[in-house]
Design a protein around this ligand. Structure first.
Ligand SMILES: [Zn+2]
Length: 169
């Protein structure tokens, strides 16, 4: 960790605390060379230890990257930075750890992610929901679209443009 002021590599940690439900660790450091203090933030890879139960009954460990990939695809070309997507993943992980212990059915993960996306970006929400919710009927789809429209009055949002080839691998 290079000192912000003198760029020397040695610093000692004088205080450290976690925030955002343990997802981020804030460290107060003091440079050994010049004695000045600075703060660093470390993002924890994933604090979520859950087993995902899939629709076919098989299970797999929860992987942050997998959730992130799904959200990235939904947000494709919507102009978000990696940092914004990471924060979105953090929010979904926060919901996951609050509600589930040990294991979670995969549709419930999709549900939590969709709820966060709805507040985040309307187009991304509908793209994501179309893949993960596997709409039971047309009405469910229409409801999702109208919810999304209420969440975001994006003039570019047209029904024909909601589904794109990139919504699914
Ligand atoms: Zn220094």
């Amino acid at each position: 960790m290079l000192c912000r002021f003198c760029q020397k590599p040695n610093s000692k940690v004088i205080d450290s605390r976690s925030s955002e439900g343990g997802g981020v660790i804030r460290r107060r450091r003091e440079c050994v060379s010049c004695g000045r203090r600075f703060t660093t933030y470390e993002r924890v890879e994933s604090g979520v230890k859950l087993t995902i139960i899939k629709r076919d009954g098989s299970s797999e460990p929860y992987l942050r990257e997998k959730l992130k990939h799904g959200l990235e695809r939904a947000c494709y070309k919507r102009g978000f930075t990696d940092e914004q997507i990471e924060e979105l993943v953090d929010e979904v992980e926060g919901d996951l750890t609050q509600r589930y212990k040990g294991s979670v059915q995969s549709p419930n993960v999709g549900e939590l992610a969709a709820n966060r996306l709805r507040q985040f970006d309307a187009v991304a929400f509908v793209r994501f929901a179309s893949v993960y919710k596997e709409f039971a009927d047309v009405q469910e789809f229409v409801d999702a679209v109208s919810l999304a429209r209420r969440a975001d009055d994006d003039p570019d949002l047209e029904e024909g443009g909601l589904f794109r080839a990139d919504a699914r691998d």
